[in-house]
Ligand binder design. Sequence first.
Ligand code: ZN
Length: 471
Amino acid sequence: MPIQIYNTLTRNKEELKSRQVKMYTCGVTVYDDCHIGHARSLYIFEVIRRYLEYRGVEVKFVRNITDIDDKIINRARELGIGWKELVDKYIKSYYEDLGLLGIRLGLSDGKEEPRATKNIPDMIKYIEDLIAKGYAYATDSGVYFSVRKFKDYGKLSGQSIDQMLTGVRKEADETKEDPLDFALWKLSKADEPSWDSPWGKGRPGWHIECSVMSQKFLDTDTLDIHAGGRDLIFPHHENEIAQSEARTGKPFSKAWIHHGLLTINGQKMAKSLGNFVTIKDFINKYHDADILKLFFLSAHYSNHIDYNEDKIEESKKQKKSFNKFFHEANSWPLLKTRNKVGSTVEDKDKIDKICAKFKHAMDDDFNTSIALACLFELIDLGLGFVSSDKEDMINYAKLQLEDFSNIFGLTVKAIIITKEAKEMLEERDRARKDKDFKRADAIREEIKKKFNLYIADTGSTSAVSLIPPEE
Ligand SMILES: [Zn+2]
């Protein structure tokens, strides 16, 4: 089955035909620590990226950082620090969050993600092109895009001009000709950060940076996939389309993917409501990013998702099942008391069927909630093979689970036991046989410290794992 993606633009599921995909997602505005709503966006697009790669699609991936806008200027003012200091602090924090979540950088071949303020000359050139083509005009407060000149305006959100008019507002200091028009360049006040331009000192509008940086860093006029949250469809993505297509005369992106939003206990997340959970808050509380990932995977990416304690408890249980399986499967070869039992064709068939179901679900618009359920079917089956000592099936189930877990960025690792570790394990078994439990415990601690391996006693042999045994 080919990969099918729901395209917001055409309102249809469409087959992904290309084997090389240029994908762009709108990134964060760096004026505070990222919260779990950001985490969902960052993570879900990482999963899509990984799944496409797993299916042999080459993905060029770009995500931007908005490092200048009104929120940044206002926050810096509140804190009494410079905007650069604020931005540097939160970019560092954002990269830490990516590390905590195991999410790769949003620039396939770069050391950092593209930042708005590092691409100003490209934006100025872009705006000049739009003015030259008659789509933009300069006033006393900046340069604006003339929305009514772009005949396809509204095609992404499917709204009429009247509906859109209610969604926009004119700022007090704006001098635009039509309320729908949006700023490409804002002239700065004396105490605001600014860059030189043909229209005077100012800064770029938010929408222009995405058009410019996506096309520049993906090196194309037409992206294959543009992604972001549903809240960005209007006006942000509508405006990106208008700017880009007005300038090139070509489609800006073939497909548009939008993820649903996140609420906490049924409420919108907001500092004023005291329900704001940052990525770091979550990790400090649960010490395991996988729990957050399992929670995200439980819903289809396009659906709204509500964060609450019950859901996280459920994810914690799921992580325990993973641990249990990998603990038992990795320990099995060390249990010398067990006899291997041959498996049957039916045994392998059972695993293959679940794997096919997993791929089918992911091919069908990345349905992670069905795919995740397949992993637990695989775990149940694998634990059955451990009980019945079917070694080749234990390994087969483990390999598949490792592959699929890797697509979801879940941390499971195959265990590697060095000769030294093996000798120590054997020494510990001898000590236990001689009932020298003090020595056995000391060796257990040493193994843990030296090799990061945990030990569980199963029968007369020490079993090892990369993860602590279940309490
Ligand atoms: Zn954007």
